[in-house]
Write a protein that binds this ligand. Structure first.
Ligand code: ADP
Ligand code: ZN
Ligand code: ZN
Length: 731
């Protein structure tokens, strides 16, 4: 049968695409893979992506349905994004329809037209820049437009403003905003660019290595100690690319890191820059996507999902803080944005730079096997020197809300000498446990195998795993005693100790509880950076990537959590966190000091880390992985399952195991099934089966076979299951 057939990926949990006939009266030569097509799907209509035009189908012609409508004259997914997402769908064993939907901005998923790049936009006039927003309290939509345009000094497209046209017209009449096109914006770009630093020798070597190989693929691991000028290396490579009119995509792990980076990039280059992260509205996201796709934006900075951004003239990919586990999506489509970046760069035949002060063992392993080129920045720039470490043994020491005397003494010393102090504790709330002093009752989450954290200010018990909360009881539900006591420390409790010990010293606590309101994190980070707050206390939000030039002392309140974690990556994570937090100290001209409180001062990994540094630690950790045949020296995947009934996940995974054994694939070892470390979470019981193989291909083969079987399996319908390839976490 010589009939055109459209193979379409429709968002659904099914591991396959669907065949349709083209809509009536559509010229088939106009059909481009990567276009959106509306199709009948079951009883509803859905928007799918055309992945292939073919002439054959497994279905009889008579049974094929007709697609309804082609939404795009030109593909919305470029061929490279289409190819990468198809590859990722197969590699991470995620349904193709859902994977491709992930690659599109949400408004396009819902059928909105692709905005025109030359579509007119608006920008602030001089008087608009000076408007006092308080005078607009009765016109909130006008105030919103003004504040949004302040964030887009070059002008923003109409779609990003998301207000009715009359709001814009009345602002125009007041003379506060004026129309522009994005072409104008390019011309109007700021030109007070900051001047590049003169590179030191190591930076120069790194820049040269990349710029001399811009013509083809190359993966570079830029391992530079904290404050060694990695960002300056990116900037100078990008400078060359801008000269060639090519775009750079920069991935960062945290939304909190983007404003700072955006500021450095935009003050260096007078070119349009697009930012993509989860804090954007759908309209803003679509317009940033469009600016990247049209080639308008020359630099694109974004978090994980920005890896799917189309680029008109791609020149370079950068993954900053490449070790960070938030680059791996932990639910649904479990892709690693770092690994996809390397794949995409290879496919586009352009270089990719992975940067970190504490590279993942995966990347170091790739360097060892000559897949990545290693570029090292061993020293801090300018007058800054590396901080010195000190281990504070807290065994048998009195602790006041988690603070030992030696640490208190050091804090006082630094404050007296005009220093700034940063304290790190990876636990928010007042205390992680509330216990009855009379009978030993402990407050537990009714829905999880976990304790409730006591939040003192709100007088609430909260579960950090499922979010459930309740007021703190005044007496024990078991014995009615009123002797309920907090056990352990969270940031809220440490803060109280700081108030008592250092009254009058300006303090700042940064954790998820203090930064819930929009814009709050950025405001607090600015206060930390300026040195206005002299005592900083926080969780890992405070640890990552920030440049606090005035910090002279970093205190790590409890290093023990990571030393005895249940995950094989616990010690790697601990080392990365310690080095990253420590890296906030002494970044300017004053030397920094790092004090680490621990009950295990002689722990060999801790000793190695602080005496010889991260590279030596990583070498030892990699040798351990090799001996234990753990990733990156082997390949693993987890099949997870959960259900409200305890026996179901284990029974299902037992069947999965039997299925795997029946395939006769001997290259894959099976471990489990076992209950998850925290078996019950949010009222559901969880279990997992670990698959491990020396060779990736065998693991992949087994998984492809498996997911097809799972769709048929009856037990699979009684649980929620997922496959996680290269899992970042083992629970
Ligand atoms: P990293 O990204 O490695 O943490 P940064 O790029 O933030 O380091 O650099 C740390 C500081 O050093 C920044 O203030 C930066 O402006 C400055 N810097 C970078 N390169 C140089 C250089 N070659 N000479 C002097 N200062 C530099
Ligand atoms: Zn009691
Ligand atoms: Zn819970």
């Amino acid at each position: 049968m010589n009939q055109t057939i459209l193979r379409i990926a429709v968002p659904s949990p099914l591991y396959r695409s669907f065949d349709y006939l083209p809509p009536a009266s559509v010229a088939t030569n106009a059909l481009q893979p990567g276009s959106r097509i509306r199709v009948p799907f079951g009883r509803r209509k859905a928007i799918g992506i055309l992945i292939e035009v073919t002439r054959q189908s497994e279905l009889e012609h008579a049974r094929l349905k007709r697609a309804l409508e082609i939404l795009d004259a030109e593909a919305v997914l470029s061929s490279d994004i289409l190819a990468m997402t198809q590859w990722a769908s197969a590699y991470y064993h995620h349904p193709i329809g859902e994977a491709l939907a992930t690659a599109l901005p949400i408004l396009l998923r819902r059928g909105r037209d692709v905005p025109d790049a030359r579509e007119p936009g608006w920008r602030l006039t001089q008087s608009g820049v000076q408007v006092d927003l308080d005078t607009l309290s009765r016109a909130p939509r006008q105030a919103m437009v003004i504040s949004r345009l302040r964030a887009h000094p070059l002008g923003a497209p109409r779609a990003a403003l998301e207000v009715p046209a009359e709001v814009l017209r009345s602002l125009g009449k007041k003379g506060w905003i004026e129309p522009c096109t994005l072409e104008d914006a390019k011309v109007a770009a700021v030109s007070d660019a900051s001047t590049p630093h003169t590179l030191n020798a190591a930076q120069q070597t790194a820049v040269d290595a990349v710029t001399t190989s811009l013509k083809g693929f190359g993966a570079f691991l830029l391992e530079g100690v904290t404050g060694s000028g990695k960002t300056e290396v990116y900037l100078q490579v990008i400078d060359t690319l801008i000269g060639q009119g090519r775009q750079t995509l920069v991935l960062v792990p945290e939304i909190g890191l983007t404003p700072q980076l955006v500021k450095r990039f935009s003050s260096r280059f007078a070119v349009p820059l697009a930012v993509l992260h989860s804090g954007l509205s759908d309209g803003e996201r679509l317009s940033a996507w469009q600016q990247a796709r049209s080639g308008e934006a020359q630099i694109i900075i974004g978090t994980r999902s920005a890896i799917f951004t189309p680029l008109a003239r791609p020149g370079l990919l950068v993954v900053d803080e490449e070790h960070d586990s938030s680059l791996k999506q932990q639910e649904g489509f479990r892709y690693s944005a770092r690994d996809l970046a390397v794949w995409r760069a290879h496919q586009l035949d352009i270089p990719v730079i992975l940067g970190s002060a504490t590279p993942s063992l995966e990347s170091l392993f790739n360097v060892k096997h000559q897949r990545y080129k290693h570029l090292a920045l061993p020293n801090r720039t300018g007058a800054a020197s590396m901080p010195s470490y000190e281990i504070l043994d807290i065994r048998k020491q009195p602790l006041e809300h988690g603070l030992g005397r030696p640490l208190l003494k050091r804090i006082a010393h630094h404050l007296d000498h005009d220093g700034q102090v940063l304290l790190f504790l990876n636990r928010r709330g007042y205390a992680p446990t509330l216990v009855c002093h009379d009978c030993g009752w402990v407050a537990e989450c009714p829905r999880c195998d976990a304790r409730m954290t006591w939040h003192q200010r709100e007088q609430q018990l909260r579960c950090h795993h499922c979010g459930s909360q309740r007021p703190v009881a005044t007496s024990c539900p078991e014995c009615q005693s009123t002797e309920l006591r907090p056990l352990g420390q969270g940031t809220e409790r440490v803060e109280q100790a700081l108030v008592e010990h250092f009254p009058g010293v300006e303090r700042l606590r940064i954790d998820r509880d203090t930064t819930r309101r929009k814009g709050e994190l950025a405001r607090q980070l600015e206060q930390a950076r300026s040195g206005q707050a002299r005592l900083l206390l926080g969780t890992q939000m405070l640890a990552k990537g920030h440049h606090f030039p005035k910090v002279t002392l970093v205190g790590i309140l409890n290093a023990d959590q990571g030393l005895f974690g249940t995950d094989f990556r616990s010690s790697e994570r601990m080392a990365q966190l310690i080095v990253q937090v420590a890296g906030r100290a002494g970044r300017h001209d004053r030397p920094g000091q790092v004090a680490i409180q621990t009950h295990h001062p002689d722990h060999p990994l801790l000793q190695l880390l602080i005496r010889q540094g991260y590279p030596a630690f990583a070498r030892a950790a990699l040798a351990e992985r090799e001996a234990a045949r753990l990733p990156p020296c082997s390949h693993i995947a987890l099949v997870r399952a959960e259900a409200a009934q305890q026996s179901l996940p284990l029974a299902f995974l037992e069947q999965v195991r039997q299925h795997c054994e029946a395939t006769g694939e001997t290259g894959v070892e099976l471990w489990g099934p076992v209950p998850a470390i925290m078996e019950r979470r949010a009222g559901r019981f969880r279990a997992q089966l670990l698959l491990q193989a020396a060779r990736r291909a065998e693991l992949q083969q087994l998984l492809s076979n498996l997911v097809r079987q799972l769709e048929q399996m009856k037990a699979a319908r009684q649980v929620r299951w997922s496959v996680d390839v290269d899992p970042a976490d083992m629970f």
